[in-house]
Design a protein around this ligand. Structure first.
Ligand code: 5GP
Ligand code: ZN
Length: 143
C-alpha cells in the first residue's frame, strides 16, 4: 500500500467506491468520471505502478478479472461492445500511478473512436524499419 495513492485508499476502504467485483488479489469499481455508462476500473490490490511491475501471477489474476468484467459491464448497460485498455505511464496518459485496466462499454453510433485513435499521427515505417523494430522487441523480450 502506498499512503498517497487514491486507489490504495479505495482498496483499504478509506475512500468510498462503487465496487463491482473483488478477489483476494483484484478489485473492480466504477470510474468516478466515466467515459460511458458502466466504465469500470480493474486494479491489482497491491500497489504496482506499471504493467512491467506485475509478476506473472498478478498479471494472470488481473486479466482473469478483466475477462470476467468486460462482458459483465457490457451486459449490465446493454452495450454493444467494449474497449479495454491501460494507460501505462505518464506519456500515455496515466494519471493515477497504480495499474488499472479501463473497461469502457461502447454503443453503436456513440461517436467514439477505436483504440487506434490513442497514439496521434501514424508513423510511415518501411519494411526495413518494421523488421528492425520486430528484432529489437524480440531481443528485449529475450527471444
Ligand atoms: P488514468 O488516466 O490514470 O488511466 O485514469 C484514471 C482514472 O481514474 C480516470 O478515468 C478517473 O476518472 C478515475 N479516478 C480518479 N480518481 C478516482 C476516484 O477517487 N474514484 C474512482 N472511482 N475513480 C477515480
Ligand atoms: Zn496504489
Amino acid at each position: 500500500m502506498s499512503d498517497d495513492c487514491i486507489f490504495c485508499s479505495i482498496v483499504a476502504g478509506e475512500i468510498p467506491a462503487r465496487t463491482v467485483y473483488e478477489t483476494d488479489a483484484v478489485l473492480a469499481f466504477l470510474d468516478a468520471n466515466p467515459l460511458s455508462p458502466g466504465h469500470t476500473l480493474v486494479i491489482p490490490k497491491a500497489h504496482e505502478r506499471r504493467v512491467a511491475d506485475l509478476d506473472a501471477a498478478l498479471a494472470s489474476d488481473l486479466f482473469d478479472a478483466v475477462a470476467t468484467l468486460t462482458p459483465a459491464a457490457q451486459d449490465a448497460v446493454d452495450a454493444d461492445a467494449a474497449n479495454v485498455g491501460i494507460n501505462d505511464g505518464e506519456a500515455a496518459g496515466q494519471e493515477v500511478p497504480h495499474v488499472h485496466v479501463h473497461v469502457v462499454p461502447r454503443f453503436e453510433g456513440d461517436g467514439g473512436a477505436p483504440i487506434h485513435a490513442v497514439a496521434g499521427q501514424r508513423p510511415d515505417l518501411s519494411d526495413t524499419e518494421l523488421d528492425s523494430i520486430a528484432d529489437d522487441v524480440a531481443a528485449a523480450v529475450g527471444e
